[in-house]
Ligand binder design. Structure first.
Ligand SMILES: Cc1cc2nc3c(=O)[nH]c(=O)nc-3n(C[C@H](O)[C@H](O)[C@H](O)COP(=O)(O)OP(=O)(O)OC[C@H]3O[C@@H](n4cnc5c(N)ncnc54)[C@H](O)[C@@H]3O)c2cc1C
Length: 429
């Protein structure tokens, strides 16, 4: 009897721990063919004319794929790397390696699902099935106490019901051994130049240089526990001596170098300070994904996006340019935008603040801001980014109090300019 081979198409799940598609493929087939495609679609321009992927995130992605390859090699496997359209590459590889099925994790945002559909159609032409798995959320879709169409739109109700009536599944252990077919041409990692980007220059004042990959993700998780368990760290609240306490796990979660379930169960086991807040934040992430699943593009369908809208500033292009480059004249907004441009990462408070300022003070179309974040953020995740922006813009049911602070804060900004002293002058030098 001939051997069965399953192709595992990696996308935003660049890890070997808690990876259901890898686990299931290994369980069902004799051989597994892991593949990653650098899809040129993600290196084009987005709706505001910016790159869809900026060079900081692109570098993080290349590092993450590199680390995935090393981790697969360490258990006896290999990762095939290609640059090109997955709808062309995957059927070719499937035929070359006589694959019987293709596995992938289902996405929720429009562009990602569209790519999956293209792949599915292309595979159908050679009579192959693309099997979808759900692996990006903390709570599995099938364990929710309601069907997708009935998911409460209010985060508070969603949280209450999910926490009361559902449980988080255990995470899947890292495989010890994987069998891949003999691979003829595994392919090289692309350089940023090949992806049409310049090498980023790291800013010396960045608090962190995010290194892509599962190993760095697990390292950051350990660091989170080590910091949280420092003697004297309070067990609740969000601020330690005025500093916002956060895990900084988002880039790895967004690219799937780290599984949400892994984080959850480690928090439950170790009970670190602020662990409850970390779990709450993970739930926000789930909420945005499920909202996209429920409403599709309608979740972020702007009521007023036309430049001719009376609520939008007549000179919005000019105002948007000043906001992007940190030249609004409001010190705190400018400092935050400089930080975003230089590092690809700003905290949640800062995101709310500059988003609120763009929308409510400058009266610029919020989709421009969201598209700009899409380019710049290392942790860009379609549902979290567009969902948060739409909330701040009041497109959705923005009843949660944390989303109402952004507009108010901007009024007080000029008196809070101390941040500028340590950040802006050096950046301008
Ligand atoms: C305008 C705007 C745009 C945003 N765009 C993104 C984005 O593209 N990608 C992204 O991952 N997050 C986004 N967020 C959410 C949030 O700002 C970041 O997840 C958070 O700042 C990441 O830092 P952290 O890992 O230290 O977060 P922590 O506070 O330690 O939270 C842990 C994790 O929970 C999740 N999380 C926390 N807050 C939120 C939230 N409000 N919405 C969704 N998930 C959340 C993230 O995965 C995060 O890593 C956005 C928020 C705003 C206001």
């Amino acid at each position: 009897m001939s051997e069965k081979t399953i192709l595992v198409w990696f996308r935003n799940d660049l890890r070997i721990h808690d990876n259901e598609i890898l686990f299931e493929a290994m369980r069902k087939a004799d051989k597994v063919l892991p593949v990653y495609c650098f899809d040129p679609f993600y290196f084009k321009k987005n709706i505001s004319g910016n790159a869809k992927t900026g060079n900081l995130r692109a570098r993080f992605l290349v590092e993450s794929v590199d680390n995935l390859r090393k981790n697969l090699q360490s258990i006896g496997g290999e990762l095939i790397i290609r640059i090109g359209n997955p709808a062309e590459i995957l059927p070719q590889l499937a035929e070359q390696y006589q694959v019987s099925e293709v596995y992938h994790h289902r996405e929720v945002a429009y562009e990602e699902t569209d790519i999956s559909e293209q792949v599915e159609t292309a595979l159908w032409k050679i009579k192959l099935n693309l099997k979808h798995f759900i692996g990006h959320t903390l709570y599995h879709k099938e364990d929710l106490p309601f069907p997708i169409k009935d998911i409460p739109d209010s985060f508070a109700v969603f949280k209450k019901k999910v926490e009361r009536d559902s449980t988080v599944r255990p995470y899947i252990a890292t495989p010890e051994r994987i069998f891949t077919p003999e691979i003829i041409d595994a392919g090289e990692l692309p350089s940023l130049t090949q992806l049409g980007l310049n090498e980023p220059v790291d800013d010396p004042r960045s608090t962190a240089r995010f290194a892509g990959g599962e190993d760095a993700a697990l390292g950051q998780l350990s660091l989170y526990f080590a910091n949280a368990d420092q003697p004297g760290t309070p067990k609740s609240g969000r601020n330690v001596s005025g500093v916002e306490y956060r895990s900084m796990l988002s880039p790895w979660l967004a690219m799937g170098c780290l599984s949400m379930r892994k984080v959850y169960w480690e928090v439950i086991t170790h009970q670190p300070a602020y662990g409850n807040l970390l779990i709450l934040d993970l739930l926000w992430r789930d909420y945005f994904r499920f909202m996209f699943k429920k409403h599709g593009q309608k979740f972020i369908a702007a009521k007023e996006t036309s430049a001719a809208s009376p609520h939008l500033a007549a000179n919005q292009e000019e105002l948007f340019e000043a906001w992007k480059t940190g030249e609004t004249g409001v010190p705190l907004v400018d400092a935050i935008m400089h930080e975003l441009n230089a590092t690809g990462y700003i905290s949640n408070n800062k995101r709310q603040l500059v988003a609120g300022y763009l929308i409510h003070e400058l009266k610029v179309d919020w989709t421009k801001g969201a598209a700009y974040f899409e380019e710049k953020l290392i942790d860009y995740s379609p549902a979290s980014n567009w969902g948060n922006w739409a909330f701040i813009a009041g497109i959705n049911d923005a009843r949660e109090s944390r989303y109402q602070i952004a507009g108010k804060q901007s009024v007080e900004m000029e008196s809070k300019s101390e941040f500028i002293d340590t950040w802006l002058p050096a950046l301008l030098a």
